[in-house]
Every structure is written in structure tokens, then in C-alpha cells.
Design a binder for this molecule. Structure first.
Ligand SMILES: Cc1cc2nc3c(=O)[nH]c(=O)nc-3n(C[C@H](O)[C@H](O)[C@H](O)COP(=O)(O)O)c2cc1C
Length: 196
């Protein structure tokens, strides 16, 4: 499928929804993040949901699912990972998705939205992702968005997140950084291809 053109100055970000589990909370977080990105004219998003993009653990580059995802990731100027914490790290299928590609990630900014049940839920998953993306010469954004004790971020009516104002402010900081780095690295790579 061809990747559609976007306004000149806008940054194209792939948002990866990092859980594929039955009964997952990930769609709530993804919906909220879409609300934060939709109103921005400096950002165009393409959502890759792990539930639709489970890739073979054999890292078969010729697998049709892997091949279908490749141009979407390659076209991105930036990435945002919505990542739940599983056993103090990232979900296995998400690691497989990351391991299935290489140049597609390279020298791009990566933002993080982490969550988990525990007090530090999401923090360790995000920090592991940051280490992983160092391998691809990526810029891991300093400011992250976090929903530790994620169940406490639902209000009495089940709306997420309960403190919408604080969450939106955190998202704005992260997305502003994503756009800045996305533009700068895209422009720099046009001038001088990344040669690591
Ligand atoms: C296999 C597994 C391991 C988990 N390990 C942790 C953990 O180490 N720390 C934590 O805070 N929450 C942990 N949790 C709780 C998840 O972060 C929480 O259930 C979250 O909702 C998972 O995201 P999802 O519902 O979108 O899959 C774990 C959940 C699962 C399924």
C-alpha cells in the first residue's frame, strides 16, 4: 500500500500499540493518545497495533506480515511506543516486532507512553525500550508519558485518564520533542545521509 503524502512541515509518526493480549488496556491508552495527536497540524500518525501485526518469532524478513509493515516504518520520521510493562520489561511480541527491522528505525526519534499495574509500572519497560533503540542510533526522548498503577487512572465511570489535564500536558511535552527531533533529523538526513 503506498504511503500517502503529508504537509511539508508535518512529521510522520508511527504509533506502535505494544500489547496484543486478550482483554488488554492498550486500546484505552491508544484512543487517548490519538486525541492528543489529532488536533496537531505538525504531526501525522499511522497506528501499528501489535494485535494486527504479530510477526513470526523466527524473524523471517520474507514473511508477508513483516513485508507489509516495512514501508510504513520506513516512511516514518518518528515513533511513539505505547508500552505496557511485562515482568519489568517489554512484551515479547513487541520485542519481536522491533527485532524484525533495522534501517527502518535508524536515526529517528522515539517517544514513550508506559503503563503497568505496579508503582513503577511502565518505567522499566520504557527504560528497556530506550536501551534497545540505542542500538538503532535513535534519539530516545527525555520526557516520557507514564501511567503507573494504571487502574487508578480510570475514573468512577471508567473514563481514561481521570486527570485528563495532567496527562494532556505530559503528552504535549513529549510530542513537541518528537516533532522537533523528527524535523531536525529528517532535514539533516536529506543534507547528509546517516553514515553510522
Ligand atoms: C505477563 C505479565 C507481566 C506483568 N508484569 C508487570 C510488571 O512487571 N510490572 C507492572 O507494573 N505490571 C505488570 N503487569 C501488569 C500489566 O502491566 C498490566 O496488566 C497492563 O494492563 C498490561 O497492558 P495490556 O492490558 O495493554 O496488555 C504484567 C502483566 C502481564 C500480563
Amino acid at each position: 500500500m503506498p504511503v500517502s503524502p503529508i504537509p511539508h512541515e508535518a512529521v510522520r509518526a508511527v504509533v506502535v500499540v505494544g500489547s496484543a493480549r486478550d482483554g488488554r488496556l492498550a486500546p484505552d491508552i491508544a484512543r487517548w493518545l490519538a486525541d492528543q495527536t489529532d488536533g496537531r497540524d505538525d504531526l501525522v500518525t499511522d497506528v501499528v497495533d501489535l494485535a494486527d501485526a504479530l510477526l513470526p518469532a523466527t524473524l523471517d524478513a520474507g514473511d508477508p506480515r513483516t513485508a507489509a509493515l516495512r514501508p510504513r516504518l520506513a516512511a516514518a520520521d518518528a515513533f511513539v511506543f505505547i508500552v505496557p510493562e511485562y515482568n519489568r520489561s517489554v512484551p515479547g511480541p513487541l520485542k519481536t516486532l522491533i527485532d524484525s527491522f533495522n534501517e527502518e528505525w535508524q536515526a529517528k526519534p522515539v517517544g514513550f507512553v508506559g503503563y503497568g499495574l505496579g508503582m513503577a509500572g511502565g518505567v522499566r519497560a520504557v527504560e528497556h525500550l530506550r536501551q534497545i533503540f540505542a542500538e538503532f542510533h535513535c534519539v530516545g526522548l527525555k520526557d516520557t508519558v507514564g501511567f503507573p498503577r494504571v487502574l487508578e487512572h480510570y475514573d468512577a465511570e471508567g473514563r481514561f485518564p481521570a486527570d485528563a489535564e495532567a496527562a494532556a500536558a505530559a503528552a504535549k511535552v513529549m510530542l513537541d520533542q518528537l516533532v522537533w527531533w523528527g524535523r531536525v533529523l529528517r532535514d539533516a538526513k536529506k543534507l547528509r545521509p546517516y553514515g553510522a
